[in-house]
Design a protein around this ligand. Structure first.
Ligand SMILES: [Zn+2]
Ligand SMILES: [Zn+2]
Length: 126
């Protein structure tokens, strides 16, 4: 297992810089790129009565998207009905029956310039 320092070094970040990942975020908000100024409103994780909405980033084209995961039990996660694909480029982001948290520690990148220097302004916390 790599620790955060290794990942930061790999990304070219300084020691005092953090990368963003879904597991460190919550609710819905805005990601802002510190390098190019790109902004996008995204969902990290929102749960409702019957389903939850889970933020995803395509590892191929870096598009942000969301997955809806339906479950009959509150705070438990069902399985996706089918493979989850990036709506932009068709890359399979998550295959069914994988744990929903898998990959949530992966660093997020700016969809425009692919910089890992992003910050997240929380809008809604659920
Ligand atoms: Zn950028
Ligand atoms: Zn994609």
């Amino acid at each position: 297992m790599k620790d955060e320092k290794d990942i930061e070094a790999e990304l070219g970040l300084r020691e005092d810089e953090d990368y963003l990942c879904f597991s460190h975020m919550g609710g819905a908000g805005t990601i802002v790129c510190d390098d190019c100024g790109y902004q996008e409103d995204i969902v990290s994780f929102i749960h409702g009565d019957m389903s939850c909405t889970i933020g995803r980033q395509c590892p191929h084209c870096h598009a942000f998207t969301v997955e809806h995961n339906e479950s009959s039990e509150h705070h438990k996660f069902g399985e996706s009905a089918e493979d989850f694909k990036c709506p932009k480029c068709g890359t399979v982001i998550r295959k069914k029956e994988e744990p929903f948290l898998k990959g949530n520690d992966a660093p997020l990148f700016c969809p425009k310039c692919h910089s890992p220097r992003l910050h997240y302004d929380l809008g809604i916390l659920t």
